[in-house]
Design a protein around this ligand. Sequence first.
Ligand code: ZN
Length: 166
Amino acid sequence: MAVAGCAGLVCGLSHRLTVIARRGCVVVRVDLTEPYAIRQAREAVRDSLRSHGEECVLLHMYHVNEVQDVVPRCPACYDDVYKQGERYDCPRCYGTTFDGGVARVHRAWALFTDAQDVETFGKRGLWHPIASSVQTEPFPDLWQRDYVVRVARWSPPRPHPASARG
Ligand SMILES: [Zn+2]
């Protein structure tokens, strides 16, 4: 018997399994979480982020698994012979090797953790590492090497980022 559902891995909510024995056969009933419950849970998280967090910009970059045969490769840095990019800091594709680099841009609410303000002195000089984590809305699904841009100030008339950091 195939059961369609996420078993709690996608929605983060637990499901209840009920085993019913009837005349020698076992019937398993899976009580999936109702869509309205998931919607309400997500709205509650979003409300909390609106109350305590800040609005930021999420950049979902091109990833090989998603767009390998759909988006053209970067003409500035991609080498067709070796099938790889020549520059990790290419200004055209931002190191993704796909033309344009950025797949989607989203505005979202997020809550950042505080970080100790420290300075580190190493072989390459003095630098200012800021290690903090972030909790944000469920969509878009952020992958490794996607970016979260903290907006220091939004312009007032029609909100768009006036300055950004991080
Ligand atoms: Zn490039």
